[in-house]
Design a protein around this ligand. Structure first.
Ligand SMILES: O=C(O)CCC(=O)C(=O)O
Ligand SMILES: [Fe+2]
Length: 543
């Protein structure tokens, strides 16, 4: 489909605009709605000002949006937030210009096409509406043996190594089916697109950004939390199951959801409530605790004061660090040696946050025991010199909506709430508002996927220091925040760090592992954690 020359009149802009400067989304299976109710539905999902035009065309709705980014966000939100999963929505311009995609008429299940979707339910539904097609579901939850049902083929859930061989065969067979003009719908994750491309197969992507991170079901860390002080922790079977899940998540994704963590829901909610109450205060109130190099980089930073890779982040925040004595780390600790700055309003801010920090440190250390076991070491591997007296960082972050006035031409497509980065320390635990969905994680296929709020679960990700400790077995994943909604968002990440003065270098047991599998004994250089942190913090701000 070439939309390059299609021009439309956009009333709010008062002129003809080529659609390739805008974003276009097609939605199927929604014709039960009138145009007016459908538009109202869309507006409740993405905000009125993003939507420039909605038209009914044959069997679908076509939606023109303010920008390609807005279009990909709409598709994601249709799937991720509104959960209107009966709809099939797709951005009508190729997601990845230049790759070998056959777009055909853009309709799923077209003869001879291979369609790729990361949502297994979506693929399943498509397979039913396309009875001559074949549906392959790669990562079914709780699937132990292979099964075939009508046109649905579910291969056995396999371990990563075994999966490679399985994919090889699968891709070959998919190619043969496409040659025979059999429509194929593949549900799985985006790694599949790499396989298809490596075999030069043409396919169409039915969803533009991959599934939300929730696709990987939350890890119930309950057994690990309950038994973390048990000297026979490593022998417990249910702990071993948690450890296995942690290993897969840290190796493959670098992110996971942790439920069963034992933190009171009321406390987690109170943390978000007092954060909102603070950000709701006026400017004068907030800058009473303004951060600068003279406050030890502690306190409130205004919107745009934080900089990621040279660009201002469009968020405001209160930064807190573990407090320490002047004599503790000498020159190394000087730039950060100061008390935390707590706001007066709301009056319960400090007491709630201090209780939260203490509980989060305890929880993060328990998860770290599970990670030590997952890496093949003793549960206490991070204790004593590495992280026996851990440093911590907590950021209370407020993200205003990025787009307020979409009626003007001033929309900046590249505006970002928090630029792509990895975290500095060992483990990050994020407590985020239920809405809006704004955190994104880059998956192995290079696509940004959403990490929406999951009730009673923390988003957990690994940081740079864990990469060094694990000798690269676990790598931190790039993530960023884009608040394209009309809602103000709060998140409170808690970062568990090594001891401030720790020399961070790979564990022996990790070096043995990498030596055995890749012949690389040491892939990372040692660093002094405190130096790493100070160098990051002191270049993070514009004053
Ligand atoms: O706001 C979020 O969800 C994540 C923030 C983040 O990545 C960070 O502060 O390092
Ligand atoms: Fe982060």
């Amino acid at each position: 489909m070439d939309h390059g020359k299609e021009m439309i009149r956009v009333r709010s802009l008062g002129r003809m605009v080529s659609v390739d400067r805008l974003g276009k989304v097609c939605v199927w299976n929604a014709l039960a709605y009138s145009k007016v109710t459908f538009r109202r539905q869309l507006e409740s999902i993405v905000g009125k000002s993003l939507i420039l035009r909605v038209t009914k065309v044959n069997d679908r709705f076509d939606i023109i949006l303010k920008s390609p980014l807005a279009a990909s966000d709409l598709v994601q939100r249709l799937h991720c937030e509104s959960r209107l999963s009966r709809w099939h929505a797709k951005v009508s311009v190729p997601y990845n210009q230049g790759s070998t995609m056959s777009l055909g008429s853009g309709k799923p299940g077209e003869r001879g096409s291979i369609s790729l979707t990361s949502r297994h339910r979506r693929a399943f539904e498509l397979s039913l509406s396309s009875p001559n097609g074949i549906f392959v579901q790669l990562h079914p939850e709780g699937q132990t043996g292979p099964w075939v049902h009508k046109n649905v083929y579910v291969p056995q859930r396999a371990l990563k190594e075994a999966r490679a061989g399985m994919l090889e065969t699968l891709v070959k067979n998919l190619g043969k089916l496409a040659e025979k003009n059999v429509p194929v719908v593949v549900g799985g994750d985006w790694n599949m697109s790499q396989w298809l491309e490596s075999k030069c197969l043409k396919y169409q992507i039915l969803q533009c950004r991959g599934s939300p991170l929730t696709y990987h079901s939350p890890c119930d860390i309950g057994p690990l939390v309950e038994k973390s002080n048990d000297p026979r922790l490593a022998e417990s079977e249910d702990v071993a199951e948690v450890v296995r899940l942690l290993d897969t998540a840290c190796r493959d994704v670098g992110f996971f959801y942790a439920k069963g963590h034992g933190l009171p829901t009321g406390l987690c909610k109170a943390v978000l409530r007092v954060s909102h109450e603070f950000f709701d205060c006026n400017y004068e109130e907030k800058v009473k605790i303004k951060l600068s190099s003279t406050t030890g980089f502690r306190g409130y930073q205004v919107v745009g004061q934080n900089v990621t890779k040279g660009r201002p982040d469009l968020h405001e925040a209160i930064d807190c660090y573990k407090e320490f004595d002047q004599t503790a780390y000498g020159e190394l600790g000087k730039p950060l040696c100061a008390p935390n700055l707590w706001p007066e309003k709301p009056s319960d801010f400090k007491v709630i946050m201090e209780e939260y920090v203490q509980k989060m440190q305890d929880l993060a250390q328990k998860i770290l025991k599970g990670i030590a076991l997952a890496l093949g070491g003793p549960a206490n591997a991070f204790e004593s010199t590495k992280a026996g007296d851990p440093f911590w960082v907590m950021r209370v972050i407020g993200y205003p909506p990025l787009v307020n006035d979409m009626q003007t031409d001033s929309f900046d497509d590249s505006a970002i709430s928090c630029g792509a980065h990895t975290d500095y320390g060992l483990l990050t635990l994020v407590n985020q508002d239920a809405e809006p969905c704004a955190l994104q994680v880059k998956n192995q296929a290079g696509n940004w996927i959403w990490a929406p709020h999951v009730p009673e679960a923390f988003v957990v990700n690994i940081g740079d220091m864990l990469k060094i400790c694990s000798n690269g077995l676990y790598k931190p994943t790039l993530h960023r925040v884009i608040n394209n909604s009309a809602l103000y968002r709060v998140s409170v990440p808690f970062f568990l760090e090594p001891n401030f003065d720790a020399v961070i270098e790979p564990f022996e047991f990790c070096m043995d592992k990498t030596q055995a599998s890749t012949n690389i004994s040491r892939s990372t250089k040692p660093v002094i954690y405190g130096e790493h942190l100070v160098s990051k913090v002191s270049t993070n701000f514009s004053y």
